[in-house]
Design a protein around this ligand. Structure first.
Ligand code: NAD
Length: 452
């Protein structure tokens, strides 16, 4: 009798995945390779605040929600990162998202560290009034753990400009008599929001993709013109990606939301999908389209696949069925390490989250600067600045990948001397992005030193 095959169980804990990704680049960064303590310092959160939020619900009963705010690192500047409302929110998820924010801000070279927040709640099961109460109680409970120069929230999954307005108002009630606009970004325009912020995440993803293709990243796909695109998620990131990629000449062949997906190989009319989503609260059942199960959208044949929903969507279970030429991670953490390996073997480049979705935090930074300076930039200025930032970061990732690939044998030799038997992972675009970002954090930490 043969021994039963042991099933491969993938570790989907986002914090374990973030740690694994960080550790992959240690051999490539001298400061980290020489000092394990520095890795610990840079990866582990500086602060993690857990709060309990009692809320009087609309029908009068009391319900308790749990909220988290994690400041991963302030080595390069105050914490920056969104607040998410979702039933799956956990401390480990928020820790991972905060770590990715630190790396993202470093990669696009803005003067922020990384942070993230979340409340464990199903936003589809609460009223607008209850959502406002949860938001206000969360901000009150966080107290001075957020602030314009310490930790600055922004929107994320199931939070939007309205949620940011409540955050601004609550913080202002607690800190009267000062300019509180820079305490939160992604605000409505009339409260100091920036032009271009609502579309910034998708616009950044487009700039990164456009630049990557222009530089020959995928020779069989020279530009966005005529490229077919599938998008998972139809919220801030996904919906705006559909609009902007279509405007840039691409054909959107599939989109999805929590209820399922729709597919048309000849191309969806995005304006029609939007109208249907606004009217029925979902993209599903749009006339003339083929229905897809929620995860099926990831497997349709297309040139560009854009996951724009949640973590762990492309895993060991479905990576070999991905049928795209390029993967653009508008979501945070959509691809697991096991899936990364499968995609690399299939020759599908992955434009990693800390690069591909950094447009949101870049324009959040512009909003913060405008708020501090009491300025208002026009949309063309924001757009031009964002394009320059995203192109520069993309160029840096691509050139870093070429450099480390060229020097791989030397890296292996040096590493094997101090770590006999340990392998150096072959680098990809994610590795290159992490090398740039973690390298910048390590350098900043070395310059600052440790106080006292
Ligand atoms: P959102 O709440 O505006 O939209 C989320 C969308 O995903 C909704 O359409 C929802 O129906 C869909 N969705 C949720 N679970 C799904 C599933 N299992 N399958 C298919 N669709 C699903 O959120 P968002 O702001 O667009 O965020 C989406 C992703 O983008 C997240 O990973 C977030 O961290 C990332 N992101 C957002 C920003 C930003 O500025 N909003 C910036 C950077 C990264």
């Amino acid at each position: 009798m043969t021994a039963p095959e042991r099933a491969f169980v993938e570790d989907l804990n986002p914090n374990h995945i973030a740690r694994h990704q960080f550790e992959q680049v240690i051999p490539y960064i001298r400061e980290l390779a020489e000092s394990p303590g520095l890795t610990e310092w840079l990866f582990e959160p500086e602060q993690s605040v857990n709060v309990t939020l009692p809320i009087r619900m609309d029908d009068g009963h009391i319900e308790v929600f749990y909220g988290y705010r994690v400041l991963n690192s302030a080595v390069r500047g105050p914490g920056k990162g969104g607040i998410r409302f979702h039933p799956q929110v956990s401390e480990d998820e928020v820790r991972a998202l905060a770590a990715w924010m630190t790396l993202k801000c470093a990669l696009v070279d803005i003067p922020f560290g990384g942070a993230k927040g979340g409340v464990q709640v199903d936003p589809r099961k609460i009223s607008q009034h209850e959502k406002a109460s949860i938001t206000r109680r969360f901000i009150a409970a966080l107290g001075s753990n957020i602030g314009p120069y310490t930790d600055i929230p922004a929107p994320d999954v199931y939070t939007d400009a309205q949620t940011m307005a409540w955050i601004f108002d609550t913080y202002s009630m607690m800190h009267p008599g000062q300019n509180n606009r820079p305490v939160v970004t992604g605000k409505p325009l009339d409260l100091g929001g920036s032009l271009g912020r609502p579309t910034a995440t998708a616009q950044g993803a487009l700039f990164v993709t456009e630049r990557f293709l222009h530089l020959g990243g995928r020779p069989d796909l020279p530009s966005l013109e005529g490229a077919t695109v599938a998008i998972q998620g139809f919220g801030n990131a996904g919906r705006n990606a559909a609009i902007l990629f279509e405007k840039a000449g691409a054909t959107i062949v599939a989109v999805s939301d929590t209820k399922g997906g729709i597919f048309d190989p000849n191309g969806l009319d995005v304006a029609r999908v939007e109208e249907h989503k606004d009217r029925t609260a979902s993209v599903v059942e749009l006339d003339g389209t083929k229905a897809l199960a929620p995860l099926e959208v990831l497997e349709v044949p297309c040139d560009i696949l854009i996951p724009a929903a949640l973590e762990n969507q492309i895993t060991a279970a479905n990576a070999d069925r991905i049928n795209a030429k390029v993967l653009v991670e508008a979501a945070n953490g959509p691809t697991t390490p096991a899936a990364d390996a499968v995609l690399a073997a299939k020759g599908i480049p992955v434009l990693p989250d800390i690069l591909a979705n950094a447009g949101g935090v870049v324009v959040s930074y512009y909003e913060w600067v405008q708020n501090i300076e009491d300025q208002q930039w026009d949309e063309e200025e924001v757009h031009a600045k964002l394009r320059k930032k995203m192109y520069r970061a993309t160029d840096k990732v691509i050139s870093t990948l070429a450099d480390v690939q060229e020097g791989i044998e030397e890296t292996r030799t040096v590493w094997s001397e101090s770590h006999p038997g340990e392998e150096v992972p072959y680098p990809n675009l994610r590795t290159a992005a992490y090398i740039v970002a973690a390298g910048r954090c390590a350098t900043a930490a070395s310059h600052r030193g440790i106080w006292p």
